[in-house]
Design a binder for this molecule. Structure first.
Ligand SMILES: [Zn+2]
Length: 413
């Protein structure tokens, strides 16, 4: 049975649990028309409901890489190819319409106005998605965009403070980590920029330490978006919403299946096969005290299939495979230490072939080769090299309880 929907912005509004929703055929075709996924759709009914369709994972989307690149070339209104991880040899691609759905997004979420001056502290290049997103948001909102990129060290941030003054910057756009790094320097110098009022954030959770920095700085309204490079923006929030809750855009249908969030995009411009796509987070239906009418989800922990380290997503076995592909590495284990906290880091434990080099040399060489392969990670840690540590060990001990040796494990220290 169809659920009650009201029409918004040309799209029907869906409950965040909508397995019984009929799916328009152009949406199913986004997946069915890709040769790499076709066989998964051979037995679905003519007018399927969501629950009739297979659940797609990040792995499924990765398998469509070449098909998606072909689809991008056929898109007459232009498209953008972005990356969400993978290695340099085989980046995981996401194909977005050149519009980035921005007209539709800003009908629900419009944090900027004419006169705003926005420092875009996301890194451009490297297939990154957040830089073009905030740049186009500025353009469509009539705001001034300042493409500073990730500012890196404290010294670099300090050199730009006068410029932020001069330009009367009103908003910082970046990951909570990047925004907090800038605010921390301002707090350290006991400076408050009189024009700065807004923070536009995405890419990672707004963790407690970044929140403390924002609070200490004071007087800032937070505007966030939730989604992934594949789904693009799924939900949004504003100053009156809880920081981990997001209103669902009218063209995104959300289901919660076994606690996991599944996303189906019913926007006509969509190019990626976002049809019951498991985004990689647990979530629950929720409510919000603000006056938005769009449905709300609260985003919980990451679900197990993917790991988010700093702001980078990857499959559990991806860093392990990258290390094992290196010459001289015999055995390896990835240890994510204090994952999800402000001081999280990755320790790569390696057993190497006998070698004349001392441990320091081996560790340094393996680290730089690993980062060459994991290009997104390399970009993320270029100013925080301490987040990736390689440790040469004599053996990788199995888990004493299961007697298994996982390729990746978490540890608190
Ligand atoms: Zn709200």
């Amino acid at each position: 049975m169809l659920q009650e929907h009201s029409s918004t912005n040309g799209y029907e509004r869906h409950e965040p649990s909508s397995a019984a929703t009929h799916v328009p055929s152009y949406v199913v075709d986004l997946a069915r028309d890709l040769p790499s996924l076709k066989s998964r759709y051979s037995e679905i009914p003519a007018h399927p409901m969501l629950s009739d369709l297979p659940i797609l994972t990040k792995k499924d989307i990765n398998s469509t890489r070449l098909d998606l690149i072909s689809r991008a070339r056929l898109c007459e209104s232009g498209s953008i190819l972005l990356g969400s991880g993978g290695t340099t040899a085989s980046p995981k691609v996401s194909v977005l319409p050149s519009s980035l759905f921005m007209e539709s997004i800003t009908q629900s979420w419009s944090p900027l106005e004419v006169g705003d001056v926005v420092v875009n502290a996301n890194n451009g290049g490297e297939l990154g998605s957040m830089f073009p997103f905030f740049h186009l948001l500025c353009q469509i909102s009539g705001a001034v965009a300042i493409p500073l990129g990730g500012l890196g060290t404290k010294e670099t941030i300090d050199t730009w403070i006068d410029f932020l003054y001069e330009t009367k910057t009103t908003a910082l756009a970046g990951t909570p980590t990047q925004v907090a790094a800038i605010l921390e320097r301002l707090i350290h110098m006991d400076i408050r920029l009189p024009s700065l009022r807004k923070v536009l954030w995405s890419g990672e959770r707004f963790n407690a330490s970044a929140r403390r920095v924002v609070e200490e700085y004071g007087q800032l309204d937070l505007y966030g978006v939730y989604g992934s490079t594949e789904t693009w923006v799924v939900g949004y929030n504003g100053p009156a919403c809880p920081i981990d809750s997001f209103h669902v855009l009218p063209y995104q249908i959300l289901e919660i299946v076994d606690g996991s969030i599944l996303v189906t995009t019913v926007h006509e411009e969509c190019l990626n096969p976002i049809v019951r796509y498991r985004i990689g987070d647990y979530g629950t239906q929720s409510s919000c005290p603000c006056d938005s009418l769009d449905k709300v989800i609260t985003v919980g922990k990451r679900d197990d299939e993917q790991i988010k380290f700093l702001s980078i997503l990857f499959d559990r076995d991806e860093p392990y495979e990258a290390v094992m592909a290196l010459e001289d590495v015999v055995e390896a284990q990835i240890v994510l230490v204090n994952l999800g906290s402000a001081d999280e880091f990755m320790e790569i434990q390696v057993v190497t072939r006998d070698h004349v080099e001392n441990s320091d040399q081996v560790e340094h060489r393996i680290c730089s080769s690993f980062l060459k392969s994991m290009y997104r990670l390399a970009h993320e840690v270029h100013d925080r090299p301490e987040r990736i540590r390689v440790r040469k060990v004599n053996e990788i001990p199995p888990n004493p309880r299961t007697l298994k040796t996982p390729v990746l494990r978490m540890e608190s220290r």
